[in-house]
Design a protein around this ligand. Structure first.
Ligand SMILES: [Zn+2]
Length: 312
């Protein structure tokens, strides 16, 4: 069997598989259970946080032969076709590459035909803010009066670029950056299934580097396996991606706070010479200073935050 990247192999298949977005999945599950579906949903959030995965799972929940159900079986033809991206009733359009009026017209002509096999036709339009103005207007016409068998799932990283007329016709869900510890947990779970030895500090370093995106974290793990095989240590992560260790960031901040400017500059120089990512070092430093401030004001506040680890 050919190699399948982790982000694809471990793509969430049920609402419960989606990490860190229970505020979204709970609402959608209720909507499916109570049969209170909107005609158009808008999923907003940074890249790799689960927008199109959520849309596909909703499609399975609605079109599974045992459905509508909040637990699509994953085994029937409909479920498998949707997961494989070849269901006739789930039409995915990437608005980044198909952004013109003709693409939306084709979609509009297609909308009126009843579903081939499932109960609903689900249109998933990714990066919907990329549509041209004319295309967005054409889409709006369809959103205003969609046939009963049609559900739109729009996804975007930049909702502020969408016309208000489209926004106002969608039920909006905001997906959040995923907390570092949740990403680390998912990486450990993949590592176990793949029989990899992933050090805890390594998982956290990847998770911090992914900045809330699960897909990025999983791609980084792919890259690490290619680079160092089955055993992954924190040092490997720092080397491969040019990250600076937490300890180094703490040293750097310590030197600044003690007024040891020359030493702080020397450390920066070393890191730069070692090929470290200076932008990442800067954002790590800001995050560390912010944690110090919070700690000073309310020492127990940091442990309440899902995204920060306790730092020695
Ligand atoms: Zn099914």
């Amino acid at each position: 069997m050919s190699y399948e990247v982790f982000a694809r192999k471990y793509r969430p298949q049920t609402f419960d598989d989606i990490v860190g977005q229970t505020h979204v999945t709970r609402t959608l599950k209720n909507a499916v259970e109570q049969n209170r579906l909107a005609h158009a949903y808008l999923f907003v959030g940074p890249r790799g946080t689960g927008k199109t995965s959520t849309a596909r799972i909703l499609a399975k929940a609605l079109n599974c032969i045992h459905g509508p159900t909040v637990r699509p079986c994953g085994k029937c033809d409909n479920c498998r076709e949707i997961a494989g991206g070849n269901s006739l009733d789930v039409i995915e359009l990437d608005a980044a590459s198909n952004r013109g009026i003709d693409d939306v017209r084709e979609l509009r002509d297609n909308v009126r035909y009843v579903p081939a096999k499932g109960r609903f036709k689900i249109y998933i339009i990714d990066e919907v803010h990329m549509l041209t103005k004319e295309a967005a207007n054409a889409l709006l016409k369809t959103l205003e009066e969609p046939p009963k068998h049609v559900i739109f799932c729009l996804a975007t990283t930049e909702p502020e670029k969408l016309p208000i007329t489209i926004l106002s016709r969608c039920q909006r869900f905001d997906l959040h950056r995923i907390a570092t510890n949740l990403i680390a947990q998912q990486l450990h779970s993949i590592a176990t299934k793949e029989k990899l030895t992933l050090a805890a500090a390594a998982a956290h370093a990847i998770a911090r580097g992914a900045e809330g995106g699960m897909r990025d974290a999983e791609s980084m793990l792919d890259q690490l396996v290619a680079f160092c095989g089955e055993k992954i240590e924190e040092a490997d992560v720092l080397n491969v991606f040019g990250f600076t260790s937490q300890q180094m960031v703490a040293d750097f901040v310590g030197r600044i706070l003690r007024g040891e400017t020359a030493d702080a500059l020397a450390l920066l120089h070393e890191q730069c010479e070692a090929g470290k990512d200076m932008m990442k070092l800067m954002s790590d430093t800001i995050a560390y200073l912010r944690d110090l401030l919070v700690f000073k004001v309310k020492p127990d506040a940091l442990s309440d935050e899902p995204s920060t680890e306790t730092r020695a």
